[in-house]
Design a protein around this ligand. Structure first.
Ligand SMILES: NC(=O)c1ccc[n+]([C@@H]2O[C@H](COP(=O)([O-])OP(=O)(O)OC[C@H]3O[C@@H](n4cnc5c(N)ncnc54)[C@H](OP(=O)(O)O)[C@@H]3O)[C@@H](O)[C@H]2O)c1
Length: 265
């Protein structure tokens, strides 16, 4: 039987830097699937559904700054994506767009190699923090949010998280400290004042920066304090594996998808 060619894409703006096409194309080729994964610079997020259908896509991933727009564009949203109102994976089910968030389980899987944690501190209060915090909450792990400014903390406060700005912070003991800010992405900034981080790192065991393929100032400083560290590459890898699972309705083994996707790094 002739199988139909499948087409996937990543929507974002900008989108040229994304390595998702490389990851997914390695998996498609490695698994012998007739299909292609491309990138599409979406400048008008209001058109997300129309573009998806017009380009006859089977599935998309959505990156910055369109995850909230993708949530609104979907006919149905499932799992954690519903809670955080951000979608990074969309599939087409009989003409209906179904949205998911695989950043959250992707991060959780990546962090699981450190073993069980019971107390987590997240730096930043943006979209990525929403995803990470939600999955720790779901797993009943104590989660504190620390952000530079107050406004974005309101969302987390309402949901019952312990929240602090830098000025109010009273450090506790944390198993894991996560940088989910964009400090260190295109600059050499720490995500919080040095003194504050000193007090955090001297009482913590593990540190993860969601920024990938970079030894950020945050990770460098954490290593100095003998924390075990990890960047955001595995998070990116696993969110891709889980998205691929959704694209193909769990038809392929995660071990195999992972094997091929890893080649992109
Ligand atoms: N590895 C992966 O798979 C993956 C997936 C998704 C995102 N990411 C990364 O996650 C990071 C955050 O993305 P996002 O979409 O959550 O961003 P966002 O929604 O724009 O939120 C940015 C957050 O960072 C804080 N911030 C920005 N610059 C800062 C600085 N110099 N010092 C301290 N805090 C600062 C902001 O604080 P204010 O509220 O005070 O402005 C805000 O809380 C980015 O670096 C992105 O590349 C990685």
């Amino acid at each position: 039987m002739q199988t139909k060619f499948k087409l996937f894409a990543i929507f974002g703006d900008p989108v040229s830097h994304s390595i998702s096409p490389l990851m997914h194309n390695y998996a498609l080729k490695g698994l012998g699937i007739k299909g292609c994964y491309t990138r599409y610079r979406l400048t008008q997020p209001d058109n997300l559904k129309e573009k998806f259908l017009e380009l006859k896509l089977n599935g998309v991933n959505v990156t910055v700054p369109h995850k909230e727009a993708a949530y609104l564009a979907c006919d149905e949203v499932k799992g954690i994506a519903k809670e955080i109102k951000a979608v990074n994976t969309v599939i087409n089910k009989n003409g209906k767009l179904i949205g998911y968030n695989t950043d959250a389980p992707g991060f959780f899987k990546s962090a699981s190699s450190f073993g069980r944690v019971s107390n987590v501190l997240i730096l930043g209060a943006g979209g990525t923090t929403k995803a990470i915090a939600a999955i720790y909450k779901e797993n009943k792990i104590k989660t504190t949010i620390l952000n530079r400014s107050k406004t974005r903390l309101e969302f987390f406060k309402k949901q019952g998280y312990k929240t602090y700005t830098w000025d109010e912070f009273e450090p506790g003991f944390y198993d894991l400290v996560i940088n989910a800010t964009s400090a260190g992405l295109s600059d050499r900034k720490l995500p919080a004042p040095k003194k504050l981080l000193e007090s955090v790192f001297s009482r913590s065991r593990y540190a993860i920066d969601v920024i990938y393929n970079q030894d950020t100032p945050f990770l460098k400083m954490a290593a100095k304090y003998n924390l075990k560290t990890k960047d955001g590459s595995q998070m990116l890898l696993y969110q891709g594996v889980y998205a691929f699972d959704l694209f193909f309705n769990m038809e392929y083994s995660e071990k195999q998808i992972l094997h091929f996707m890893k080649k992109a790094f």
